[in-house]
Design a protein around this ligand. Structure first.
Ligand code: C2E
Ligand code: CA
Ligand code: CA
Length: 597
């Protein structure tokens, strides 16, 4: 609390000369030192409050001109963020009025008739203690305890002030939002204590970079913010960004161990990039997300495109919530040809979305959004059922025997009940499990999660096929692949595209094919667009081909029609030719060209 050796700076406000004298005498008889200032009216008191540091105010309640409570209200307005240690001095009859201020938690009161040095001393102690307590609470509410930096709440206040200043003085400022890279690594491998040390040192490094007028704050977790005045930094915002970036790339030595972290930085300029603190923080956050995406230790300035993109993403996310799939979603089918046996081996189900205002949205754009908003589970269920239904239906056409393959998101695979969902779709549509294949990406399968392995085994037990999609893009361990119930591997389209002119792609494809042969896994090539690529793949030993060369993905009706034309009769009755000199279904690439993919 208060140190008894330092004098308490006291302000007495009373319009009665005699009363002031009584108060002064009471103070003199206390065993402590005061530095007393006296004024005889409200205006003078407010003036004094504005200009001089004061610890405690003794305030006459009834005064000529401005009343004690008015004086008090004005003092609060001048310094809204501090508590005032004030004591009202009242006559007998005034107690009720003072009571309302006391109830509001503002201060204390002493009746002039009962004022003894003891009573006054206790009142002063109490008022100072309350002020001190308030300041502690205020500190806790506005500071980050670990680093002592302002927290998000206080930083937002600073931002609002900076924005207000720009309106008065045309001053510009920059907001840097920093997110540490690899912080989780430190926490996970060296423990939380090490993580804390990194945060404390980061705070110190940032503070060493900025000018006195600037502010560093910790917004939470491993996120920091810097507010820098452009007047003082000049045009060198980029230079400051550079310095921040370099400073945090320097190694941190934690418990004798060197760690390299770095930070991704997003920058928004005020007031150009935001009229409120929320808007500025949001925009700096968009820039930071872009920096994070771009790699480690990068910085980005906010620009309008980011907002437009984020807005589109938000729109897509909201639209997905409306569940209007039955009217807006469609499933297209792209045939997969077995050139050796002249048959349509299977068809891949591909999602299409016709949005009422945004137009056609590619699954490449909306699937990741659905994954992050967890909508993918219900969308996945929807397409699974739809695809099973359609496949069951084309069993009554020349496409009899052609199965369907459905893409499965890693998120779906991690759901413990996923096998149940698949079994339900089969049961509801009456499709035989042997006609359904699920495409899971290489990265999803290589994720070291036991739930994924369990899900795959459960699916294999039901009797559905499993293929690994986009193979070659991840880091597959062969030993691991061997332990999984995998039926097919789909070579990633990028290798197929480059097959004819890139030696490395050819080598990769060759080794995937020989790996498949050894492991008894069928190799599928997708993205085949021309005859030469097709011929080469067949030569190399790839016997399942998908791509625009045969057909683009088609709506269900058109796919069945395509099957009618290509196959005419039930394909299971066709006599399989040996290796064809000219691959059959040759002109079909043109088919359906009036439907866009
Ligand atoms: P994917 O599984 O690799 O699908 C193959 C993509 O290649 C499809 O794009 C297809 O239209 C396209 N394609 C096929 N043949 C050719 C070709 O000869 N040349 C070229 N340039 N492209 C070809 P699409 O339909 O836009 O789908 C993109 C991705 O969206 C898919 O990649 C898949 O990852 C995802 N996706 C699509 N439907 C679903 C779905 O129902 N569920 C999930 N989870 N993902 C889906
Ligand atoms: Ca696929
Ligand atoms: Ca693929």
């Amino acid at each position: 609390m208060t140190n008894p050796d330092t004098p308490i700076r006291l302000l007495i406000v009373d319009d009665d000369d005699v009363d002031r004298e009584i108060t002064r005498r009471a103070l003199k008889r206390m065993k402590r030192t005061f530095h007393v200032t006296e004024v005889s009216d409200g205006e003078a008191a407010i003036e004094m409050w504005r200009d001089t540091p004061i610890d405690c105010v003794l305030l006459d309640y009834w005064m000529q001109g401005m009343n004690g409570d008015e004086v008090f209200q004005q003092m609060m307005m001048i310094r809204p963020d501090t508590a005032i240690a004030a004591i009202f001095l009242t006559g007998h009859s005034d107690d009720t009025q003072a009571g309302s201020l006391i109830k509001a938690g503002a201060c204390d009161y002493v009746s002039k008739h009962e004022m003894t040095p003891d009573v006054l001393s206790r009142a002063i102690d109490y008022a100072l203690a309350r002020k001190c307590h308030f300041e502690q609470l205020n500190y806790l509410a506005t500071r980050d305890i670990l680093t002592g930096l302002p927290n998000r709440a206080l930083f937002s206040l600073f931002l609002e002030q900076a924005i207000a200043r720009t309106q008065r003085e045309q001053k510009e400022f920059a907001l840097f939002l920093l997110d540490m890279d690899r912080f989780k690594n430190v926490n996970d491998t060296l423990g939380h204590h090490a993580g804390d040390q990194v945060l404390v040192e980061t705070a110190q490094r940032l503070e060493s970079l900025i000018q006195t007028h600037d502010t560093v704050a910790r917004l939470g977790g491993d996120e920091f913010a810097v507010l820098a005045d452009l007047v003082h930094e000049g045009a060198s915002i980029t230079a400051l960004a550079e310095r921040i970036s370099l400073e945090l790339q320097r190694s941190f030595v934690i418990d004798g161990q060197e760690c390299y972290l770095g930070a991704s930085v997003g920058i928004a300029l005020g007031p150009k990039d935001g009229k409120t603190s929320e808007e500025l923080l949001r925009n700096a956050d968009l820039a930071q997300a872009k920096a994070k995406q771009d790699g480690l230790s990068r910085y980005f300035f906010f620009d309008e495109d980011m907002r437009v993109l984020a807005e589109r993403r938000r729109q897509i996310e909201t639209s997905l919530r409306y569940n209007r799939w039955d009217t807006e979603f469609d499933v297209y089918y792209q045939p997969r040809i077995d050139p050796i046996h002249n048959r349509v081996a299977s068809a891949e189900a591909l999602l299409r979305w016709q949005h009422p205002t945004l137009g056609t949205i590619s699954p490449i754009e909306f699937i990741p959004i659905a994954e992050s908003s967890r909508q993918i589970a219900s969308i996945g269920r929807w397409i699974l059922k739809k695809a099973c239904l359609h496949c069951a239906e084309w069993q009554h056409s020349p496409l009899k025997g052609t199965g369907v393959s459905v893409n499965v998101s890693p998120i779906q695979l991690k759901d413990a009940r996923f096998a149940e969902v698949v079994a339900d779709a089969l049961a509801e549509t009456g499709l035989s499990a042997s006609l359904l294949e699920l495409e899971v990406t290489e990265t999803a399968v290589m994720d070291n999660q036991t739930t994924v392995v369990e899900a795959l085994n459960e699916l294999a037990a039901i009797g559905v096929g499993i293929s690994i999609d986009d193979f070659g893009t991840g880091y597959s361990s062969l030993a691991r692949l061997h332990r999984l119930p995998v039926d097919k591997i789909k070579i990633d389209r990028s290798f197929v595209t480059d097959l004819m002119h890139d030696r490395v792609s050819r080598l990769i494809i060759e080794s995937i094919i020989s790996l498949g042969n050894q492991m008894n896994i069928t190799i599928v090539a997708e993205g085949v667009e021309d005859e030469t690529t097709l011929q080469r793949l067949v030569q190399l030993g790839c016997y399942e081909i998908q791509g625009y060369y045969f057909s683009r993905p088609l709506p269900f009706d058109h796919f069945v029609e395509w099957g009618n034309i290509q196959l005419g009769i039930d394909q299971t009755q066709r006599i399989a030719p040996s290796m064809p000199s000219r691959v059959f279904l040759s002109q079909s690439g043109r088919f359906g060209s009036s439907w866009t993919n």
